[in-house]
Design a binder for this molecule. Structure first.
Ligand SMILES: [Zn+2]
Length: 484
């Protein structure tokens, strides 16, 4: 049966696609809600009615449960959970990371997952804590790789087995782990042991390890970010190329009285109003929800609605080519998310390769927009312009006959010939009044042009207020000041 992944639309490194497991398909990006059979605030049937096509549960809990083990073996997981979509099972690695040991072997857990009819099986990989040192991370990775090889050998190439990417906080080990799963022909690759990073808001480190893993994974691999469940970070993770998320956050938060939103979580007893359009929030006041006898269940329902809706919003942003804008918007919700966003922008050069050529629009949203892939790609493309011996770059327009060529200027991109005036990104970009950051970025574009045309002489004409930036960025270039 195997696992196959097909990408349909892409934006940055994110993609919408189709995950096929046997005869079942799942639209991606997708959220797999975590189901604990002993704690079902919302039933799998109800979750399916929200449009969820896949969920994840823990095979280790089933294997250790007097109540569920035999039923799962006799009736199958889908019947026990009353869910006919894709069910992925985790192996017990999570328990391993929390308790330090589990009473099951790699082959035992995979056999059990097979026998209860799971659609996607996870081997007993070793989740390395971000606090672990290099030697521990390396040793853990060796064991994980041996177990993945063992899984392929025992169950065959076509078995629907996930190949987790571990390696702790070390980017070279994450890359090595990604190369290992690629060499072993895994097409479904969860990035593991990142929950402690997300719980402590270490989004910069999260970007670092995910991007390291993505660099060495084949583009045809479906990438699952293990344990990522807060809606505020789906856009950021998708932009890095993650296709699947799984979340117990909706239920765990509900038990703690927390109300999830796309820009953070709130204590329900501190909310005066409910900023959401779901059935729960439209039929109750904040005070009624706070005091409801079934508050945990109602909060879990709201938390799921908001989470599933955000996944749809991410898919639409990819379709439109506006994912950078959604990432920017979401990452304003917490300073550490903003730090993660900036870490991602530091890697624009590698993201640019997978980004699409044309998009619906480019909205300038502040300094960070200057480092987006569209700007970097446009500036690289300037080397292809054919120019004469003398070139005027006119910030405020106006052609002067004394020059062979006149280019215009649109920050944050830089110079452009009139033929590109209507094309993306120059023609489909909206910017507010010019600011220092965007003009500086545009000057970087001029510098790319100058460096790639050593036979041409360049002159910039601009208002006096931009002279200092032009001189700072472009050194000895001739500047003429106009008063237009
Ligand atoms: Zn709601």
């Amino acid at each position: 049966m195997g696992i196959a992944f097909e990408s349909l639309y892409s934006d940055i490194a994110g993609r919408t696609g189709r995950l096929t497991v046997g005869k079942k398909t799942v639209k991606t990006p997708a959220l797999l809600p975590v189901i604990n059979p002993h704690l079902q605030l919302v039933t799998p049937k109800e979750i399916q009615s929200m449009g969820v096509e896949a969920l994840i549960t823990n095979a280790y809990i089933f294997s250790q449960s007097r109540q569920y083990r035999q039923r799962a073996l006799d009736e199958g997981l889908h019947k026990v959970l009353d869910f006919d979509g894709v069910i992925m099972t985790d192996s017990g690695s999570f328990q391993l990371s929390v308790y330090g040991q589990v009473s099951i072997t790699n082959i035992e857990t995979l056999s059990f997952q097979r026998d209860i009819g799971s659609d996607i099986w996870v081997p007993l990989d070793i989740p390395t804590s971000p606090e672990s040192g290099y030697e521990t991370a390396e040793r853990d990775l060796t064991i994980t790789t041996e177990r993945l090889a063992e899984a392929k050998e025992v169950f065959g190439k076509e078995a629907p087995i996930a190949g987790p990417v571990q390696g702790g906080i070390f980017t070279d080990l994450r890359k090595q782990a990604a190369r290992n799963v690629t060499d072993l022909d895994f097409t479904f690759c969860p990035i593991g042991a990142v929950v402690p990073l997300m719980e402590s808001y270490r989004y910069r480190d999260l970007v670092s390890v995910v991007m390291a893993a993505k660099q060495a994974l084949t583009p045809s691999a479906c990438v699952h970010l293990f344990g990522a469940g807060h809606p505020s970070m789906f856009a950021l993770a998708t932009a890095m190329g993650c296709d699947l998320f799984d979340s117990a956050a909706y239920a765990l938060s509900a038990k703690e009285g927390r109300y999830l939103t796309t820009h953070g979580s709130f204590k329900i007893d501190e909310l005066a109003d409910l900023p959401c359009a779901c059935n729960v929030c439209r039929s109750l006041t904040a005070a009624e929800l706070c005091g409801a006898p079934d508050r945990e269940r109602l909060l879990a329902l709201h938390n799921l609605y908001i989470t599933v809706a955000e996944i749809s919003r991410v898919r639409q942003a990819i379709f439109d080519g506006t994912l950078w804008e959604l990432v920017d918007e979401r990452c304003r919700g917490h300073p550490q998310l903003l730090s993660g966003f900036r870490a991602l922008l530091d890697r624009t050069d590698s993201l640019e390769k997978s980004d699409r050529v044309s998009k619906r629009r480019f909205f300038y949203r502040g300094d960070e927009s200057c480092f987006r892939t569209e700007v970097v790609r446009y500036q690289q493309m300037l080397s292809r312009l054919r120019l004469g011996k003398t070139v005027l770059i006119a910030f405020n327009g106006g052609i002067r006959d004394e020059f062979d060529d006149t280019l215009f200027f649109k920050p944050p991109f830089g110079p452009f010939p009139k033929e590109l005036k209507e094309t993306f990104p120059v023609g489909q970009s909206e910017i507010p009044e010019w600011d220092d950051a965007m003009v500086t970025s545009g000057c970087r574009g001029i510098r790319c042009l100058i460096e790639s045309h050593p036979g041409s002489r360049f002159v910039v004409s601009c208002k006096p207020c931009w002279g200092a930036i032009v001189c700072r960025e472009l050194g000895a270039i001739e500047v003429r000041y106009d008063e237009i």
